[in-house]
Write a protein that binds this ligand. Structure first.
Ligand SMILES: Nc1ncnc2c1ncn2[C@@H]1O[C@H](COP(=O)(O)OP(=O)(O)OP(=O)(O)O)[C@@H](O)[C@H]1O
Length: 243
């Protein structure tokens, strides 16, 4: 669970508040979509909630711990099972989907990971993860030959390997064609539900947030102006977010 109380952030030396007294709560198992216009502060909010960025004032409580008081080791402990999925996930494009996932199984053995020395058991385990994200038929294809949506699914499989309890995704479907965007959203939602993973994602497309998120946070000029369960927004709510 994440609780934010009056989080405020500026990018110094610019005195303008990019986040302004943001207060919210994210419960375990939610699929939270952060929506808003360009430059409204979505990514900054995601980066603060995921402890990737510092904030200036306010309090962030993560699983009962005051995150502002944690040192780097304490933060590492909290973030150990958090996974970050970017617009373009960092994958080895020359390696197969299978190898990309199998390498995540070797996080405790970096030399084998770099050399790509994967045992038979690890291969089978990686196949299992690829099946869970619906990519079994593409296991032996190089990541560079896969579509953007399929690459996002590899990133999700890697998150599962790492035993993710939370996934933070910054624009996970931007740059994807509408069909792939739908399927990534559908997968994220299904996997989050099945594996009990909390998901927080920034999204440009409001329709996807409305259809897939269990909760929508609307941000405007650094403030959370709408905080509702996932559903179609009414005129007033749209106006509050987009003007
Ligand atoms: N590293 C940075 N240094 C200075 N200003 C920044 C930095 N990152 C973001 N900003 C500014 O903070 C504001 C909010 O940016 P942010 O990326 O959080 O918005 P966003 O809603 O995610 O935008 P978009 O939808 O266009 O990606 C913008 O005015 C941006 O220029």
């Amino acid at each position: 669970m994440i609780i934010a109380r009056n989080i405020t952030k500026t990018y110094k030396p610019d005195p303008k508040e990019v986040l302004s007294k943001v207060s919210l709560q994210i419960d375990d198992g939610e699929f939270v979509a952060i929506v808003g216009g360009s430059g409204s502060g979505k990514t900054t909010l995601l980066r603060c909630l995921s402890l990737q960025d510092e904030w200036d004032s306010g309090q962030l409580i993560v699983n009962g711990k005051d995150a502002g008081k944690l040192g780097s080791i304490g933060k590492w402990g909290v973030r150990r099972r958090w996974v970050f999925i970017e617009e373009k996930p960092t994958l080895d494009l020359h390696a197969t989907a299978l190898k990309n996932v199998a390498r995540s199984l070797l996080f405790h053995s970096p030399i084998r990971a770099v050399a790509g020395l994967v045992s038979k058991n690890e291969h089978m385990e990686a196949m299992d993860y690829l099946e869970r994200v619906g990519l079994l038929d593409k296991a032996h294809q190089k990541a560079g030959q896969l579509s953007g949506g399929e690459r996002q699914r590899i990133a999700v499989a890697k998150a599962l390997v790492q035993g993710a309890t939370m996934i933070f995704a910054d624009e996970p479907v931007s740059g994807l064609d509408p069909t792939s965007a739908e399927s990534v959203m559908r997968d994220l939602k299904a996997i989050g539900k099945r594996e009990q993973i909390t998901i927080v994602a920034t999204l440009h497309r409001l329709d996807l947030a409305e259809r897939y998120a269990t909760r929508i946070l609307g941000v405007r000029e650094g403030r959370v102006v709408v905080d509702i369960p996932g559903r179609a927004l009414d005129e007033r709510e749209r106006g509050l977010i987009f003007g």
